[in-house]
Design a protein around this ligand. Structure first.
Ligand code: ADE
Ligand code: ZN
Ligand code: ZN
Length: 284
């Protein structure tokens, strides 16, 4: 997702934090809200220090969409890692090869506060990206090479399907490209989680179980997002969207999926951070 999508996930998650998670996150982030750090990983990946993390934002599932979807870790997650293992193990495994969980990375007292804060910022970001269907598939590099237009035929309207999902659909839905637009969108999403269209689904969003399951939950989440590539994102194949203006009928069909995926990311992140904070309390 782009800035608005990640911030929306951050605002939704913030709403669900319990007391312990509020204390932990605000300590590590010096009081900065989750939404404001949710896109940090997208700047970091383009720095020398952060180059190692560029491929951790996605998993390139290799099934033949739209005829076949599915995520297989052995096949789709390379030894250098992917978003599934990044969430499960995060960066001690990436950097040192030492197998530790993301939870312990955030809680590890031996790490500096900045290192723990960065681990937290990665979790906030990756729980968002793993709900973006095109971050879980391989066809045309996650849609990056499927050129489309958005609302016109001039050069400025030229874009690609990945950017449409990351940014165009979300900004159109939110009515802007700012944190304020994301805040407004998050409020309507929270209402739907509490008492609207997502009320009865939300339990299934976290039904993968405990954060202690290693790759269990992130694998299930990647699988969930990947299904939408076949049922919605590329339902009629890449050639059906290539070169098309996707700001009309395509947008209308897919905006409910994008909104629901952002809701899932935020809700899961809130509950995940509560579980992490609880694990820290037990340690004391
Ligand atoms: N680069 C390669 N595959 C990608 C994907 N699925 N999403 C984003 N960036 C990618
Ligand atoms: Zn993206
Ligand atoms: Zn990302």
């Amino acid at each position: 997702w782009g800035l608005v999508g990640h911030a929306t996930v951050g605002y939704v998650a913030q709403h669900y934090l319990d007391g312990a998670a509020k204390i932990l996150t605000s300590h590590l982030l010096d009081g900065v809200p989750l939404a404001n750090v949710a896109s940090w990983a997208d700047s970091f990946r383009y720095t020398d220090a952060g180059a190692f993390s560029a491929h951790l934002h996605y998993i390139d599932a290799h099934d033949q969409v739209p005829n076949k979807c599915g995520v297989k870790l052995e096949r789709d997650c390379p030894p250098e890692g992917c978003i599934v293992t990044a969430i499960a193990n995060y960066w001690i495994e990436v950097l040192t090869g030492r197998p530790v969980t993301q939870t312990s990375r955030i809680l590890d007292d031996k790490l500096s506060k900045e290192e723990r804060a960065n681990a937290l910022k990665f979790v906030v970001h990756f729980l968002g990206d793993i709900t973006q269907p095109l971050h879980t598939e391989n066809l045309d590099v996650g849609g990056n090479t499927i050129t489309v237009t958005w609302g016109g035929n001039d050069a400025a309207s030229k874009t690609n399907l990945h950017a449409v999902w990351d940014t165009k659909i979300v900004e159109t839905l939110a009515g802007g490209s700012t944190l304020a637009a994301a805040d407004t969108l998050s409020k309507s999403i929270i209402t739907d989680i509490e008492s609207g269209i997502y009320k009865d689904q939300k339990e299934s969003w976290t039904s993968c179980g405990s954060i202690k399951r290693g790759t269990g939950c992130p694998k299930a989440w990647a699988q969930d997002a990947n299904q939408f590539v076949c049922t919605n994102v590329l339902v009629d194949g890449a050639d059906a969207v290539r070169g098309q203006d996707v700001s009309g009928a395509y947008y209308e069909k897919n905006v409910p999926i994008a909104r629901q995926q952002l809701a899932k990311g935020g809700y899961r992140l809130g509950l995940w951070l509560n579980a992490i904070a609880k694990a820290e309390q037990k340690k004391c």
